[in-house]
Ligand binder design. Sequence first.
Ligand SMILES: Cc1ncc(COP(=O)(O)O)c(C=O)c1O
Length: 386
Amino acid sequence: MQLFDVYPLNDITIVKAKGSYVWDQEGQQYLDLYGGHAVISIGHTHPHYVQRITDQLNKIGFYSNSVHIGLQTELADKLGKVSGRPDYQLFLCNSGAEANENAMKLASFHNGRKKVVAFTKSFHGRTSLAVAVTDNPAIVAPVNQTDNVIFLPFNDEEALEACFLKQGDQISSVIIEGIQGVGGINEASASFLQKISSLCKTHNSVFIADSVQCGYGRSGKFFSHDHAGVDADIYTMAKGMGNGFPVAGIMIAPHLKAKHGMLGTTFGGNYLACAAALAVLEVIEAEKLIANAASTGHYLMEALKKLPLVKNVRGKGLMIGFDVPESLKDLRKNLLFQQHVFTGEAKPNVIRLLPSLALRKKDADEFLEAIEEEIGQVSGALKPVN
Ligand SMILES: Cc1ncc(COP(=O)(O)O)c(C=O)c1O
């Protein structure tokens, strides 16, 4: 049987990984500034993570959500503490799209309404409602199309106010990434997030903070929306939560009440997923990785701003984007195949950096040297990094 050919692949086979590095089958080492698409939070094959999952597998890997699973409570306690929201409630699922799907569904159960507000350049996943609130018609199948979604311009407070003024009583939820990832590293302004928060409160709508990519410490705070000093009603999480083990969840404010049967999943919250997620939070705490994301990210951004041809360096913590001119259109490819550095991209001509939160300054320097060399070959005239 052939694989269903939906992914444009780099011709590389990764067989081994450690920290911020991966190796291919020929033994070539690569610096990983992509983190397998923002998934690697604590570093590849962290020994505590490997040990905790291995130990768990030797005890029990799975039983259904029909019995008490103590690890779920342990995870909820830990997550409440690390995120600074001990009074929220946790529902566990398996992927980012599923987390968003459940968040919008829960909002709709809560207020009985149908409309969801989303924003230009958003990406929220590929399942039915998650893809419907994603601003990319190319991935929305006819069966996913719905009149229930209202797209508004990102960071446009006037448009948001006008929308609530006109139909606030129909808006079930507003969903927004604190920093858009797939859209090209675009930060929601603090005042925009504050406006969403206050309009949602006034109109009994639900504020959903999609933290699938920008959350879990990547921005230098637990949720990137925290930079605006707001509390969302629901936070959706995935990617970094399991450091590669498929685990996702939604954190739900206390005023949203649960009812038996309203949400559910077979695999969500299984023993192995909880062990992985607990190991991740334990390492984040013990190694102070959120502070590291803030400081290493700041260091990297300041150095990038000094490079010729690199424009509009933006982001927070270790979620960084920058624009490159047409003359550097092959930069990402060259970084990968000439310099052996993985980076991410967003169309057109945006490079995205989404490394492990444990990225060290010396890893950052290695990347800066690589990118300097590539830019030097194009521009000929290089300024020093420091
Ligand atoms: C902001 C955001 N939300 C949701 C998703 C969907 O997550 P998943 O691919 O785990 O379904 C992604 C994936 O890239 C994302 O970046």
